[in-house]
Design a protein around this ligand. Structure first.
Ligand code: BGC
Length: 720
């Protein structure tokens, strides 16, 4: 159960499949477009941190120069799948080795039949190296086979150009290209070599020095039944990585040229072997679940920055244009647990990104009249707020919709602190906490202490006019998720402060030089903690998602079935806002993150209430995986239905938007659903324990986690 296989090519599913067949290595990802191109494709390669300015969305990952292209001429006929006849087709993504293979037989318009096999990988062992190979076998003809391949700077982001040409060269067997992003001036340099081998034949090389598209062509005469093997080595560096990207990419190319495909692939394979060694989850008794869980883990792993602590993972990873590479709370709350527990070094990089971006968060707080650090809802290269303010209305494409999340979806500041705390608890990484994490927790606490408003009449603090995680309701007061997490952030900061002062006075002094903490602030913190309003009805045990939620119109969701669209699309933004229907259930999310706040009965009551009012199918893709966990906790048989909805999000394109890229939060949530839901992993005073809720048919879940540097193995089996 390691292979994602496609057996027919359907151009209508092209964009979805490009996403599914994305490969990557934590430095870059390349969508699964064809080497030879196809009309209306969305081929793209995204590199972490390579952002450039863009209208409306402020900044976006710039689609990098194309390294993948291979133009193939078979006895003079141009190979392309929109012409001729496809006699057979199989595309396979081997998750275990992160290698994409396409095996096909094609009959040209003139009747020439050829067997072609394409393979590609982005090396996990050497992150600046990518390789593509094609084997070409004429089946019923002999003739000249030519392959042209280059580095194309003629790329854009859905028509927006991000690269200025700087220089290029074609020398001996090498081509190179140097470009720069138009506004952010990030230099990218790439180099490549092309070779063709036909046993017993000499191949011929031509240099094609076309402006912004340096290329090489290799050709050879081939007899029917013989095979030509074409290899393309590709290296690249940017000015984010090194001082002289051109020199480094050309030097790296020379180094890798000393090795052939088999050697380079073997190093890559080994790197993946050790990756899976740490992060695989074995599920027995449900092949679909097994494959889907591995696929989603794979997506997290190919998006994970291993050597860069100045980047985060976008909501759509590096696999598509959706959300333009911007990062949300999706990373800290949904993806990070996987990294914390299997690859803590990667979690550290991701959290360090937030620490490096504290200046942007401080700016945002200050601009809004608050203290401390207010993290942006959408974050990219610099840590400034990059949520678009207005976007075209998808319903009519002419009017504009005001997006309020960047202004008032504030819970992300507490989410980041929460993730730092979880990382610390699981790793005991004291240097991280002392040098970086503590500063974020204290600065976000400061933000909350100033963001909470004192209501004189009711004698309580409130956090008003915000959006909670459930985005069907905006401009609400006292969203319980936000208030409870803010309170948690303040309490944690208070404890942390005492601990730092008492036990790490020199680290505290160093930190205090940066944050200039005034002891008087503590009084305010305590006051807010004691008086922050957290809605709860002790009679019914219901937690009201926000003030006035229960007065909104109740809708029987079952009566809307069958439907193919979200409740928001059916009722309109304002219409959905007036109902109790949720995009995702904030109260249950809160109970998941802070389980000690509520007893089991409260969980059951609220699970029943909110589960019935959530737009599970078309609401937030972040919802189903966590809902599966909460269903396990509530002993609800629906757990598997929620789980499989998340498992299929991208593989089956259930929301019809997988073409925009992988749903990274759903991928991370899926891992959590298996580990914390079905296996029921919990940290107790006696250590880690499992309380399994295996779905029907599942006979085993086996996985590892790392706790304080120690690897722990879990093997949960169904008792018969
Ligand atoms: C969800 C947010 C999420 C964002 C990016 C929105 O549709 O409501 O919770 O952070 O997508 O995935």
């Amino acid at each position: 159960m390691w292979k994602i296989v496609e057996e027919t090519f359907n151009p209508e599913k092209q964009h979805h499949k490009e996403t599914v067949f994305t490969i990557g290595n934590g430095y870059l990802s390349t969508r699964g477009a064809f080497e030879e191109r196809f009309p209306a494709e969305m081929r793209a390669t995204f590199l972490h941190g390579v952002f450039d300015d863009a209208p409306v969305v402020f900044t976006e990952l710039a689609n990098a120069p194309d390294w993948l292209e291979l133009d193939i001429f078979l006895a003079g006929e141009h190979f392309r799948l929109n012409q001729g006849t496809l006699l057979s087709f199989t595309r396979t993504l081997d998750l275990r080795t992160a290698t994409l293979t396409r095996d096909l037989r094609w009959r040209s318009p003139r009747g020439r039949e050829t067997h072609l096999v394409f393979e590609r990988f982005a090396s996990l062992a050497e992150e600046h190296l990518c390789m593509v190979k094609a084997t070409i076998r004429p089946e019923n003809y002999s003739g000249r086979v030519e392959v042209r391949a280059g580095l194309s700077g003629e790329v854009d982001n859905l028509k927006l150009k991000h690269w200025d040409w700087v220089a290029q060269g074609v020398r001996a067997q090498e081509a190179w290209l140097q470009v720069k992003t138009c506004a952010t001036k990030i230099e990218l340099s790439a180099a490549m070599k092309l070779s063709m081998t036909v046993p017993g034949q000499r191949s011929h090389l031509t240099r094609l020095d076309v402006q912004n598209h340096p290329a090489l062509a290799v050709s050879s005469n081939i007899k029917s039944g013989e095979t030509a093997t074409v290899l393309k080595w590709f290296t690249q560096y940017t000015s984010r990585d090194v001082k002289n990207p051109l020199k480094d990419s050309r030097r790296a190319l020379q180094k890798y040229l000393l090795q052939d495909w088999a050697q380079l692939w073997e190093a890559h394979r080994k790197a993946w072997e050790s990756e899976w060694e740490r992060s695989d989850v074995i599920i027995e008794g449900d092949d679909e679940a097994q494959l889907a869980v591995r696929f989603n883990i794979f997506q997290l792993l190919i998006a994970a920055p291993r050597h860069d602590e100045h980047v985060n993972i976008g909501a759509k990873t590096l696999s598509g244009y959706g959300y333009r590479g911007h990062a949300f709370w999706d990373t800290e709350i949904f993806m990070l647990p996987f990294f914390i527990h299997t690859r803590p070094e990667i979690a550290r990089n991701l959290l360090s990104y937030r620490w490096h971006n504290l200046p942007g968060a401080r700016e945002k707080a200050k601009a809004n009249g608050f203290l401390g650090a207010q993290y942006p809802w959408e974050s990219a290269g610099t840590g400034e707020e990059v949520t678009p303010t207005w976007v075209p209305n998808p319903a009519d494409r002419t009017s504009l919709i005001r997006i309020w999340t960047g202004d008032i979806e504030v819970h992300i500041s507490a989410d980041i602190s929460y993730a730092i705390w979880k990382y610390w608890q699981s790793t005991g990484d004291e240097s991280f906490l002392l040098e970086r994490g503590a500063e974020v927790i204290l600065e976000t606490a400061r933000f909350w202490s100033s963001r909470a408003e004192w209501n004189e009449e009711l004698g309580r603090y409130e956090i008003n006019d915000i959006i909670g995680p459930d985005e069907y309701h905006d401009h609400v007061d006292n969203n319980v998720y936000t208030n409870a997490l803010a309170c948690w952030n303040l309490k944690t900061a208070l404890d942390l402060y005492s601990w730092l002062k008492e036990e790490h006075s020199s680290a505290w002094k160093k930190l205090n030089r940066r944050i200039r903490f005034n002891e008087k602030e503590l009084e305010k913190w305590r006051h807010v903690i004691e008086h922050l309003y957290i809605p709860f009805d002790s009679q019914t045990k219901l937690v009201e998602q926000f003030e006035g939620y229960f007065q909104r119109r109740d809708v029987n969701l079952a009566k809307l079935e069958p439907r193919t669209n979200s409740v928001q699309a059916l009722f309109g933004i304002e219409g959905a806002n007036e109902t109790q229907v949720l995009k995702q259930p904030d109260v249950l999310m809160l109970m998941y993150l802070l389980p000690d706040l509520y007893d089991h009965e409260t969980l059951l009551v609220n699970y029943a209430y909110y589960n019935a009012r959530t737009d599970h199918t078309f609401g937030s893709s972040l919802g189903p995986s966590i809902q599966a966990i909460m269903a396990c906790k509530a002993n609800d048989e629906g757990a598997y239905v929620h789980f499989i909805r998340a498992a299929r999000a991208d593989l089956f394109n259930v929301r019809n938007n997988a073409g925009d890229g992988i749903h990274g939060a759903s991928a991370g949530g899926l891992w959590q659903a298996v580990i914390f839901g079905f296996a029921g992993l919990e940290h107790t005073s006696a250590g880690w324990m499992t309380h399994p809720h295996l779905p029907e048919g599942w006979t085993r879940i086996a996985f590892k986690i790392v706790d304080h540097g120690k690897e722990l193995h879990f093997d949960v089996k169904k008792a018969f």
